[in-house]
Design a protein around this ligand. Structure first.
Ligand SMILES: NC(=O)c1ccc[n+]([C@@H]2O[C@H](COP(=O)([O-])OP(=O)(O)OC[C@H]3O[C@@H](n4cnc5c(N)ncnc54)[C@H](O)[C@@H]3O)[C@@H](O)[C@H]2O)c1
Length: 256
């Protein structure tokens, strides 16, 4: 039986450790038949070392998603490895320390601007940078954390995610006529490097597993990765601007 992503050429951003959600997506995508090209930010030799743990080693292109030169050169660099793209994963988030952990009222604009640039605007930047490679349509998937509520400690990252959810709808509007679907996976809390850098992240850990109807495993990136792969496949041909929750059902229930 051929895999869900047989013949698909995917660009996957956001691997920094083998706990990264993007690592699980890349692994699963390769297992399902995809050819994967990675981008890495900053510590490229580390990303290359992690890439060796994939079923098949994948090339790594340097991409700081706030760097206009990196974005302008991305399509040509990807073309050194594949002749086009069928899918792109945006798995990127960052906020300076002042933006997380309870100092919502004090975070300065410069720090908030960084959070929004890296975590929100970059969804559009990455999509536009990849457009020359997606002339026959395709699928763009991003990683979200439910932004319909104000959470403890998540602060300006929550605002950045609310913007991401909105950008997802606008990208779907503008890229739909080109045959490109744009969707988010809203994952529950997972113990990745980004999550561990949020002071007080443990507040999510305690409540999520208790409240989610299906329960929740903080160390299992595979559930979110499966949803990403499904959205990158041909099995959601008429779905765009959507947010698929992969959170054990937490978002659907109230808690006392
Ligand atoms: N871990 C969670 O609980 C959780 C839950 C829901 C959504 N998410 C989202 O999943 C995505 C991936 O995060 P993760 O949890 O796998 O953590 P992670 O730390 O493994 O990945 C975050 C990635 O963002 C990259 N990055 C940061 N600044 C960048 C820049 N300027 N240019 C390019 N890349 C940059 C980092 O290099 C890293 O690879 C993020 O959007 C995050 O908000 C995480």
């Amino acid at each position: 039986m051929s895999g869900l992503l047989e013949g698909k050429r995917l660009l996957i951003t956001g691997i920094i450790t083998d706990q990264s959600i993007a690592f699980s997506v890349a692994k699963l995508a390769q297992e399902q038949g995809a050819t994967v090209v990675l981008t890495g930010f900053g510590r490229l030799s580390l990303v290359e070392r992690i890439a060796k743990r994939l079923p098949r080693e994948a090339p790594v292109i340097e991409l700081d998603v706030t760097n206009p030169e990196h974005l302008a050169g991305l399509a040509d660099k990807v073309r050194e490895h594949v002749d086009g793209l069928d899918g792109v994963l945006h798995s990127i988030g960052f906020a300076p320390a002042s933006c997380l952990g309870g100092g919502f009222l004090d975070a300065p604009w410069e720090d908030v601007a960084t959070a929004l640039h890296v975590s929100t605007f970059s969804y559009k930047s990455l999509a536009v940078a990849c457009l020359p490679l997606m002339e026959s349509g395709g699928s763009i998937v991003g990683l979200d954390f439910d932004a319909t509520k104000a959470w403890p400690v998540y602060d300006w990252m929550g605002v950045a995610k609310a913007g991401l959810e909105s950008a997802n709808r606008y990208l779907a509007r503008d890229l739909g006529p080109r045959g490109i679907r744009v969707n988010l996976v809203a994952a529950g809390p997972l113990r990745t490097m980004a999550a561990k850098s949020i002071p007080g992240f443990a507040v999510f850990e305690d409540s999520w597993a208790k409240t989610a109807p299906l329960g929740w495993d903080l160390n299992d990136q595979v559930a979110a990765a499966k949803a990403c792969c499904a959205l990158l496949s041909d099995w959601f041909p008429a779905t765009t601007g959507e947010i698929v929750h992969v959170d054990g059902g937490y978002h659907a229930v109230g808690s006392s």
